[in-house]
Design a protein around this ligand. Structure first.
Ligand SMILES: *Cc1c(COP(=O)(O)O)cnc(C)c1O
Length: 366
């Protein structure tokens, strides 16, 4: 039985007519760059996130940059970033001339904690990028308490955590700004690029809106140095169609994770456990095993798609060699990179496919 790591065709097939109808309306209305489709999606997405407003942008990387810029971060500032995440989390600092300072993770949930952030603080630290990695909310109470104690801004990178909640409160509205990606493979993905910023501070969103269109509130008058970070109408149209299905897709991801947790028995395997403060929305189901590469080959032979997310921590990436980190400086992130393996977990997987993955993992001879 073949089990692909991800197959977006299965998501798009049943929505094809509805998405094409939305696109026809966008085309007929010439609403390509921002416009009504984007405004409607912003309202619906904000409501789904438990907020009143959201700003749609061109991708999740821009969302992080604009959130950081709207919070006033810039040259001379240190920004704490997890050592184990996608590189864009760190660009948040780098694009603005600030310096990323990496924090190690807790392998129990793959996110940073107040303790690992504290170890990364410098006299210049101004902000923290907290990533709710793989859909698992980070331990926010202790992180927000540390941020309040030190006067730090908190940006939540929710690119993998659409609809996730921390103690019943939606992620993205806990810190000063929350950012999302709608890259096609995310839990909510467009048919192309997209992103959004949410915040409980109206002035942060107002600033992001201005930065998104060349730092301009009025056409041809520019209050700030901004850029072109507009969301496209065609993407908003597809995203509005898909957003209605996101709660169901999220429930199915959790069902699959529960099946994995109950069934996976291989010795040496560490699977993601439910955290007391909030269940993951399972953008990924990432486990660790000491013989990861052999396990992966074994699964490939059983026609099961897997991925290494992520094979190298950020503090050891060549682009950050100038920051002077050494092997051994972030032991947990380094160990996880060497032993992690992500299993298929998209909503359209059948129980039979999930059971085939479970049986194949359990049959690994080590
Ligand atoms: C995908 C992702 C981003 C970047 O989003 P894009 O839309 O691809 O620019 C940022 N942070 C994390 C954690 C991501 O997974």
């Amino acid at each position: 039985m073949k089990v692909p790591f991800l197959d977006l065709t299965l998501q798009h097939q049943p929505l094809r007519e509805e998405i094409l109808a939305a696109w026809a309306a966008t085309l007929d209305g010439n609403r390509f760059c921002l416009g009504r489709d984007v405004e409607e999606f912003e309202k619906a997405f904000a409501a789904a996130c438990g907020g009143v407003d959201a700003v749609g942008v061109d991708n999740g990387t821009s969302a992080l940059q604009l959130a950081a810029q709207s919070l006033g971060l810039g040259a001379g500032d240190d920004v704490v970033v997890p050592a184990f995440t996608f590189i864009a989390s760190a660009w948040t600092a780098t694009y603005l001339g600030a310096r990323p300072v990496f924090a190690d993770i807790d392998p129990a949930h793959y996110c940073v904690t107040a303790a690992t952030i504290r170890a990364a603080l410098t006299p210049k630290t101004r902000a923290i990028v907290v990533v709710h990695l793989f859909g698992q909310p980070a331990p926010m109470d202790e992180i927000l308490a540390l941020a309040a104690e030190r006067g730090l801004k908190v940006i939540e990178d929710c690119a993998q955590a659409h609809l996730a909640q921390y103690r019943g409160r939606p992620v993205g509205l806990l810190g000063d700004a929350g950012t999302f990606s709608f890259y096609p493979t995310k839990n909510l993905g467009g048919c192309g690029e997209g992103g959004a910023v949410i915040s409980r501070h109206a002035e942060v969103l107002k600033r992001v809106r201005t930065l998104r269109v060349h730092g301009s509130d009025r056409r041809y008058y520019h209050d700030f140095v901004g850029g072109n970070f507009r969301m496209e109408g065609l993407q908003a149209g597809a995203l509005s169609v898909k957003l209605k299905h996101l709660p169901r897709w999220t429930a199915r991801r959790r069902e699959i994770a529960a099946r994995y947790r109950a069934g996976l028995k291989l010795a040496g395997l560490a699977v993601p456990q439910a955290q007391a403060w909030g269940e993951s929305v399972f953008h990924q189901f990432t486990l660790t095993h000491p013989r990861r590469d052999a396990l992966r080959e074994h699964l490939t032979r059983a026609e099961i798609g897997t991925d290494l997310i992520y094979p190298m921590p950020l503090h050891l990436q060549p682009c950050y060699a100038g920051l002077g980190y050494q092997v051994g400086s972030m032991p947990q992130a380094e160990r996880v990179c060497a032993t992690c393996l992500s299993l298929p977990i998209f909503p359209e997987l059948t129980d039979a496919q999930v059971d085939h993955v479970i049986a194949s993992v359990n049959a690994f001879a080590g």
